[in-house]
Design a protein around this ligand. Structure first.
Ligand code: ADP
Ligand code: MG
Ligand code: ZN
Length: 496
């Protein structure tokens, strides 16, 4: 019998309940090689070419833990404010899966790499935004499985291909406390985690390549109730939009069950991006189903104080710290500071421009305005900008010294962006220098006065506002290169 489509509760009913959400985030560490062997982690190689006896799980092959993977996992831990344990231990998590050649995953269980962290999130725009702290329970290291590729489901027979290139890729799993109370909070948390991991270089967090994905644990309880409801876990969400859709769907589904007197059972579900629905996959296994035991082929992982300190020292400034510094040191608004810390690259770019020009507000405007627009049109990241921070600083210096008007500078920036040349080269080539010299300007001013007797008469009879028109004529004649302030002064001197 076909199961009836699940009924979703109305917003009125949902309003009686409070959702409770905890996320498990899986993140691929940005190492060159796999976690227990020297095979490359590169993406897109022909199937089963990045493999060796270890990641194929051939009998007798032994794992050797990658130091790089541990260091990146430590960086990720520090970025999420976790305490790194001096000793942690790998454990076998036993389950069968066609793309897992060992028949178990090497993970960590009761002695994870790090614990007791937190992530600060802000939800909603000002003035009604809510700030809150979400607990990070633990971060543990583990290896990834390979990939199955299914083909020909209808008349042509069924095939499944197994590609083990991904087998043994290093992951960290970040488990949150059940602290989130809406899909928006969960999305904000996921975004903060992504940003922090990218900032410290622990991961590229490339979601299209599956480098970052999460499982959402969702339950609902009547508002005011003390006990948590029974949770469903929605697996493998690989975009912010899917995370939000999956959680909202789960909330509506679970409230409908609760309201109709039905009972929830703990289960694992899958999200279908086509329909926006979640579907039951299996009843949830408990920890004992995995028959965890300490991995006999690896010694416990010891992170000495010295090692931890040296990793700590190599850490870049974290986003939250940078944001605060931009506000205090440069007097930026919260909004500007937020935009300029969206990535480490944009923060570093802005820092350099602001320090060089000593005019943070103007620097912020150009980085977030004209430069950002050019990057967007060209579909480039700031790291690929043809205009370097030094180049932009020079341009802003030319505006400050009066050699370029703001309007001309915009044109020059566009040409710098297209050609990769410096502002000086472009101004030389195009003859684009602001004219402030009273000799050269005087000639144009005289011509404009002679050509516009009516306006000159108006000015002299007291309608001084007409000077704006005359300044405009001089600007036009000079192809925008005249210094408007100097033109103003000259006109006034000649007309009075
Ligand atoms: P498992 O691997 O069995 O899913 P974990 O401890 O790794 O267990 O993860 C459990 C996740 O579920 C955590 O993120 C936790 O915050 C969350 N969680 C636990 N209980 C609830 C609940 N009642 N409602 C929603 N989320 C929950
Ligand atoms: Mg889980
Ligand atoms: Zn290998």
């Amino acid at each position: 019998m076909q199961a009836l489509p699940p009924e979703l509760a109305s917003p009125q009913l949902i309003a009686k309940y409070e959702p409770v959400i905890g996320l498990e985030v899986h993140c691929q560490l940005a190492t060159r090689t796999k976690i227990f062997c020297g095979c490359p982690t590169s993406f897109g190689a022909p199937p089963n070419t990045n493999v060796c006896p270890v990641c194929l799980a051939l009998p007798g092959a032994l794992p050797v833990l990658s130091r790089d993977a541990v260091e990146l996992a430590i960086k990720g831990s520090i970025a999420l404010n976790c305490v790194v344990n001096p000793v942690s231990r790998f454990a076998r998590k036993n389950y069968f899966y066609p793309d897992s050649p060992k028949g178990y995953q090497i993970s960590q269980y009761d002695e994870p790499l790090s614990e007791h962290g937190f992530v600060d999130i802000v939800v909603g725009g000002p003035p009604n935004h809510v700030a809150k702290r979400v607990g990070v329970t633990r971060i543990h290291m583990e290896d990834d499985a390979g990939k199955s590729q299914h083909e020909g489901f209808k008349d042509s027979g069924r095939y499944t291909y197994v590609d083990l290139n991904r087998s043994g890729t290093p992951l960290i799993e970040i488990v949150s406390e059940p602290d989130m109370r809406s899909a928006d909070e969960a999305v904000a948390y996921f975004a903060e985690v992504k940003q922090a991991l990218q900032f410290v270089g622990a991961s590229t967090c490339d979601m299209e390549k599956g480098h970052l994905r999460c499982d959402a644990n969702v339950s609902v309880r009547l508002k005011g109730a003390e006990k948590f409801g029974i949770r469903a876990e929605v697996k493998n969400l690989n975009s912010f939009r899917f995370l939000k859709q999956a959680i909202d769907y789960e909330i509506a589904r679970q409230v409908a069950i609760a309201e109709s007197g039905g009972r929830m059972f703990q289960e694992t579900r899958l999200f279908d991006p086509e329909t926006g629905e979640t579907v039951g996959m299996r009843s949830k296994e408990d920890a004992h189903d995995y028959r965890y035991f300490p991995e006999p082929d690896l010694v416990p992982l010891r992170v000495s104080e010295k090692w931890l300190a040296s990793v700590q020292e190599s850490m870049p400034e974290l986003p939250a710290v940078k944001r605060k510094r931009f506000i205090e040191q440069y007097g930026l608004s919260e909004y500007d500071a937020d935009v300029l810390t969206q990535s480490r690259a944009i923060g570093e770019y802005f820092d350099e421009v602001a320090v060089t020009t000593k005019d943070p507000k103007t620097s912020a405007n150009w980085v977030m305005g004209d430069l950002a627009a050019l990057l967007k049109t060209a579909d480039k990241e700031i790291g690929e900008s043809p205009v370097s921070a030094k180049g932009l600083s020079e341009l802003l210096g030319l505006i400050a010294s009066g050699e370029l008007s703001g309007k001309l500078a915009k044109e020059v920036l566009e040409k710098m962006f297209e050609s990769g040349h410096t502002a000086a080269v472009i101004m030389e080539r195009e003859g684009l220098r602001q004219i402030s010299d009273s000799g050269a300007l005087g000639k144009i001013v005289d011509e404009v006065i002679a050509a516009n007797p009516k306006q000159v008469e108006q000015f002299r009879s007291g309608k001084t506002a007409v000077i704006g028109f005359l300044v405009g004529q001089v600007m036009k004649q000079s192809r925008g290169q005249a210094n408007p302030a100097a033109v103003n002064d000259l006109l006034k001197a000649r007309l009075s």
